[in-house]
Design a protein around this ligand. Structure first.
Ligand SMILES: C[C@@]1(CC(=O)O)C2=NC(=C\c3[nH]c(c(CCC(=O)O)c3CC(=O)O)Cc3[nH]c(c(CC(=O)O)c3CCC(=O)O)/C=C3\N/C(=C\2)[C@@H](CCC(=O)O)[C@]3(C)CC(=O)O)/[C@H]1CCC(=O)O
Ligand SMILES: NC(=O)c1ccc[n+]([C@@H]2O[C@H](COP(=O)([O-])OP(=O)(O)OC[C@H]3O[C@@H](n4cnc5c(N)ncnc54)[C@H](O)[C@@H]3O)[C@@H](O)[C@H]2O)c1
Length: 209
């Protein structure tokens, strides 16, 4: 049974073993999360080569050697041979969190598919049963949660902070529920943030202590 968490990786040291398209996808996402990444691989994709040349990625351009996996918080193994992968996994310290691209269940964590609209982060995993299904579900979210959803979540955050300050605790729940009413959502999604803010202020006046 997996335990889902969202982790901060800012400045955490991460090793990626392998330099193919799978390693590239992992590295791009790790960069967005602000991790300090080292890649060890004899071959790198052109995009990874470019990052190394620009000094934006540390690389060790050779095969993994015993001990390479020591000193990192996380290790991602994305090589193309199961025997090599197993040898590398066994060589990593037991306390290190290891992800295995070609056999998720054999590692310590899997990377779920993710979908983001500003502060809204949705993740999906099929326990490796079908990464394609994970992708299909993400595609359905694209349609269900248009890009304006980012503004709606921001509106919710700001309104919630406001009401936590000005409304008595026993009245907050009602107003929080009002924020989620379809009309309010539709208003922000249509681009009328000002109108939504105004409607919120009117509601707030009824509840203010
Ligand atoms: C969701 C996503 C997140 C991410 O990793 O970013 C993800 N795979 C994604 C893409 C993708 N995966 C595959 C392709 C190739 C082309 C294709 O088939 O379309 C592509 C597309 C591409 O590479 O472009 C095939 C594949 N995947 C795995 C195997 C090995 C195996 O299972 O044997 C095989 C080969 C056998 C097969 O074809 O099934 C294994 C894993 N893949 C996982 C996650 C983990 C479990 C996720 C879950 O719980 O469902 C797990 C277990 C390991 C892990 O933690 O990495 C990301 C989609 C979202 C995005 O694109 O952002
Ligand atoms: N998790 C996923 O989402 C996902 C998606 C597609 C494929 N895969 C699996 O992930 C693995 C990698 O996929 P890929 O398409 O990037 O493969 P690839 O063959 O393109 O790349 C493998 C990389 O590993 C490097 N490598 C090989 N032996 C090494 C060693 N001993 N030390 C360091 N580096 C070494 C190679 O130089 C190459 O850069 C495959 O097993 C594939 O089945 C996983």
């Amino acid at each position: 049974m997996w335990y889902p968490i969202h982790v901060k990786l800012t400045k955490k040291s991460v090793l990626v073993v392998g330099g193919g398209p799978t390693a590239e996808r992992k590295i791009m996402r790790l960069r967005q999360a602000g991790a300090a990444i080292t890649v060890v691989s004899p071959m790198l994709t052109p995009a990874l080569e470019q990052l190394c040349s620009a000094g934006e990625l540390s690389s060790i351009q050779r095969h993994y050697q015993s001990g390479d996996g020591t000193g990192y918080e996380l290790v991602f193994i994305a090589v193309n041979d199961p025997n090599t992968r197993q040898h590398i996994h066994e060589d990593c310290p037991e306390t290190t969190w290891v992800n295995i691209a070609d056999d998720g269940g054999a590692g310590d964590f899997i990377t779920p598919g993710m979908f983001q609209r500003g502060r809204l982060l949705m993740t999906v995993s099929t326990d490796g049963a079908s990464p394609k299904l994970a992708q299909k579900i993400i595609n359905s979210w694209e349609k269900q949660y248009p890009s304006m959803y980012e503004d709606y979540v921001e509106f919710l955050r700001e309104s919630r902070a406001f009401l936590k300050k000005y409304v008595a605790p026993d009245k907050q729940s009602e107003l929080l529920a009002w924020l989620l009413e379809e009309e309010v959502e539709a208003r922000v999604l249509s681009g009328d943030r000002q109108g939504a803010d105004q409607a919120f202020q009117e509601q707030l006046a009824k509840y203010r202590r």
